[in-house]
Design a binder for this molecule. Structure first.
Ligand SMILES: Cc1ncc(COP(=O)(O)O)c(C=O)c1O
Length: 369
C-alpha cells in the first residue's frame, strides 16, 4: 500500500517549529501564566506588522473574531449584514450571534469570491456591514466593495480566515476594509495547536472595543463597563503562532510553487476546471479547488487511493438546516449551488512533493476517464 497523502500535513509543519515551540512552552509552563501575557502581546505586534495593520487583537477563535469585529462596530439587532452564500458557516453564525441578520448573495463562478454586483443589489437601508470572505487564499474585490459599503453607511468587515499572507494590489487583510477577522485553526496557513483567532484594524478605538468585549467588558480587573464575553488568545497558542509566523512567507511561497505544479499537471487532464486567480491578487493557496462533474464519485476514488481530498463546502449556507429559517429557496444562488456540487479540494501544503502531486493527478485522471 502506498503512503496516504493528507489534505494538510500538520506533522511536516510541526517538525520545523518543534524545538522553538517546546522551548517557548517550557517558559510558559514554568511561569504558569496561561492567558495573555508578553507572548500574546508579542504575537499581536508581529502579526499587525506582518499584515501592515496598526492593531491586532488576539481572540479565542475566528468565529469570535468576526462576531467581536461586528459588535465593536456597533452592529446588532435590526441590522443587515451582506455575505456570500458559499462560505464556511461561521461567517453567518457570527452575524447571528452579534444579533444581526445575514443577507446572502451569490459568488463569481470562476474565482468563487463574492460577486460585487450581487452585493450592490442586496443593499437596503438596513445594511450595516458587508462581509467579503477571502475564500481559499485570495482576497475578494475589496476595492469595489469598500465604496459600496461607504455609500450605504456600512462597514467592510473582512472574513480573512483563509488568507494569512494574501495580498491584493500589494495590501494585506484589513488593507481596504475597516477591520478584518482571521482564524488560526490548526489547518489554516498560519495555524495554532488548538483554537485561536485575531482581529486586525487600523482603528485604535475599534481595536480597544474588540479587546474590551473579549475581556468580559472589563478595562481593569473586576471593573466591567459593558456586557462582553470571554474570548482571549491562550499564551501557549501565541508561542506557536510566533514561531510559525517567522516561516509563513516561505511556506506560502512553497504553496504557490505547488499550485503552479498542479496547474501544469492538470492542463493535460480533460474534465477538470482549474482554479482562477483574480487579477491583482497574490494568492496564498489555503486550498487548491478544482471543479469536476461526478464530484462525489471522484472524491470516493481519491479516498480509496488514500488521497485526502475534501470539499469546501458541500452545502451553501442557505441550504443548511441551521439557516433554513432565513427563507432562501433552492435556486436562490445558482452559482454557489452549482459550485457546491462540483468543487473538490486537492491536497496542498508547503511540504507536498512533486511525486505526491503527480500521484494525486494520476488518480484524479483515472477517476475521470
Ligand atoms: C471562511 C471562514 N470563516 C470563519 C472561520 C471560523 O474560524 P474558527 O474555526 O477559528 O472559529 C473559518 C475557519 O474555520 C473559515 O474558513
Amino acid at each position: 500500500m502506498v503512503d496516504p497523502i493528507p489534505l494538510v500535513d500538520l506533522a511536516a509543519q510541526h517538525a520545523q517549529v518543534a524545538e522553538e515551540v517546546q522551548a517557548g512552552w517550557a517558559e510558559v509552563l514554568a511561569r504558569t501564566a496561561f492567558v495573555g501575557g508578553p507572548q500574546v502581546a508579542a504575537f499581536e505586534a508581529e502579526y499587525a506588522a506582518y499584515v501592515g495593520a496598526a492593531h491586532c487583537v488576539g481572540v479565542g477563535n475566528g468565529t469570535d473574531a468576526i462576531e467581536l469585529a461586528l459588535r465593536a462596530c456597533g452592529i446588532g439587532a435590526g441590522d443587515e449584514c451582506v455575505l456570500p452564500a458559499n462560505t464556511f458557516i461561521a461567517t453567518a453564525e457570527a452575524v447571528v450571534r452579534a444579533g444581526a441578520t445575514p443577507v446572502l448573495v451569490d459568488c463569481d463562478p470562476h474565482t468563487y469570491l463574492v460577486d460585487p454586483d450581487a452585493v450592490a443589489a442586496a443593499i437596503t437601508p438596513r445594511t450595516r456591514a458587508i462581509l467579503p470572505v477571502h475564500l481559499y487564499g485570495q482576497l475578494a474585490e475589496t476595492e469595489r466593495l469598500a465604496p459600496l459599503a461607504a455609500r450605504a453607511g456600512a462597514v467592510l468587515v473582512e472574513d480573512a480566515a483563509q488568507a494569512q499572507g494574501a495580498r491584493r494590489h500589494g495590501a494585506g487583510m484589513g488593507g481596504v476594509g475597516r477591520v478584518a477577522a482571521t482564524s488560526f485553526y490548526p489547518g489554516k496557513n498560519l495555524g495554532a495547536y488548538g483554537d485561536a483567532g485575531a482581529v486586525v484594524t487600523g482603528d485604535a478605538e475599534l481595536a480597544g472595543r474588540v479587546r474590551l468585549l473579549g475581556e468580559h467588558g472589563s478595562p481593569r480587573k473586576y471593573e466591567h463597563s459593558t456586557v462582553g464575553f470571554n474570548s482571549r488568545m491562550d499564551t501557549l497558542q501565541a508561542v506557536v503562532l510566533s514561531a510559525k509566523l517567522r516561516r509563513l512567507e516561505g511556506w506560502n511561497a512553497a504553496r504557490r510553487v505547488a499550485a503552479r505544479r498542479y496547474d501544469a499537471l492538470l492542463s493535460e487532464v480533460a474534465g477538470v476546471i482549474r482554479p482562477a486567480t483574480l487579477e491583482g491578487n497574490e494568492h496564498v493557496w489555503h486550498l487548491y479547488v478544482v471543479r469536476v462533474s461526478e464530484r462525489d464519485l471522484v472524491l470516493k476514488r481519491l479516498h480509496e487511493a488514500g488521497i485526502g481530498a475534501g470539499v469546501h463546502y458541500p452545502v451553501p449556507v442557505h441550504l443548511t438546516a441551521a439557516f433554513a429559517s432565513l427563507g432562501y429557496p433552492e435556486g436562490a444562488f445558482p452559482q454557489a449551488e452549482e459550485a457546491a456540487g462540483q468543487i473538490l479540494s486537492l491536497p496542498l501544503f508547503a511540504e507536498i512533493t512533486a511525486p505526491q502531486q503527480e500521484r494525486v493527478v494520476s488518480v484524479l485522471a483515472e477517476a475521470l476517464a
